[in-house]
Design a protein around this ligand. Structure first.
Ligand SMILES: [Zn+2]
Ligand SMILES: [Zn+2]
Length: 263
């Protein structure tokens, strides 16, 4: 049984640990290396348990602690070719750690990782599909403007799925963001709204994915309750029963209560 720990989630930083106490991988490193190390320690996980970091894309809320964490603990980093170039431009990849282009299939610490393209305003973002040693499957899709066929297929038939539920459309439209930023967030290269994700989940239940974590909530344009209720309502309206046909939770921003999921 593998464990998923949402160390940090949302616009102020994203970082997830997947694996056992002894070994695992990180998806993104969007907080300072010190904060990531401390949060791992609160789960009794040493930084040496981390065997590799998979980067979704180059936005700072996903790579803030990448350089320091990867170089300090001598970790291989995996990202798309264009993300690697972007990280070079940003001087985050300065040669102090090994970085590899994500291929079809990468194996790290007994975990097999495949990737799929996501549509977002970045160089070339990726979602990840993770196969654990005991053949459990987790799919991970945040920072995407819409759900392409490729994304949908990769979210089907998983034991667990982490899916973005970034904003409530009304809160965004009536909120303080400048018009251009609102347009960007709502665009096909922006972020998934509560409403879009809520529409997606019943379709995924029909395809065998039944356990969900809503992630990457905007602090300005969303609340935990709103994202949860929107998806819950949609799943119930489709005739599914909570904790029988599906489970639903929201990725905590700071994970103060030390939540994790066994899948
Ligand atoms: Zn982000
Ligand atoms: Zn982003």
């Amino acid at each position: 049984m593998a464990r998923l720990i949402p160390l940090f989630s949302g616009s102020s930083g994203n970082c997830y640990y997947i694996g056992s106490k002894k070994s695992g991988i990180l998806i993104d490193a969007g907080r300072s290396a010190k904060q990531i190390k401390e949060k791992l320690a609160s789960f009794d996980i040493e930084p040496s348990a981390v065997k590799g970091i998979f980067v979704t894309h180059e936005h700072i809320d996903h790579v803030k602690g990448l350089r320091v964490f990867a170089s300090k603990f001598k970790l291989p980093v995996f990202a798309s070719e264009k993300t690697i170039l972007a990280l070079r431009d940003m001087e985050i990849h300065d040669g102090s750690f090994q970085i590899h282009s994500v291929e079809n299939k990468i194996e790290v610490a007994g975990i097999t990782v495949k990737n799929f393209k996501i549509s977002h305003d970045c160089a070339d973002g990726r979602g990840y599909k993770i196969y654990t040693e005991d053949e459990r499957v987790l799919s991970f899709a945040t920072d995407l403007g819409f759900v392409s066929d490729e994304v949908f297929e990769n979210l089907c038939g998983c034991d667990f799925a982490v899916i973005e539920s970034n904003h409530d459309v009304n809160m965004l439209l009536n909120g303080p963001y400048p018009y251009m930023l609102k347009r960007r967030i709502l665009s096909e290269r922006g972020h998934l709204s509560n409403e879009t994700t809520a529409g997606l989940l019943p379709e995924l239940v029909k395809k065998g994915t039944r356990r969900f974590m809503l992630a990457h909530l905007s602090s300005e344009n969303n609340t935990k309750e709103l994202s949860f209720e929107t998806s819950l309502c949609s799943l119930k309206m489709a005739g599914f029963e909570e904790n029988k046909d599906f489970t639903l939770n929201v990725s905590p921003k700071e994970n103060i209560n030390l939540e994790s999921v066994i899948f």
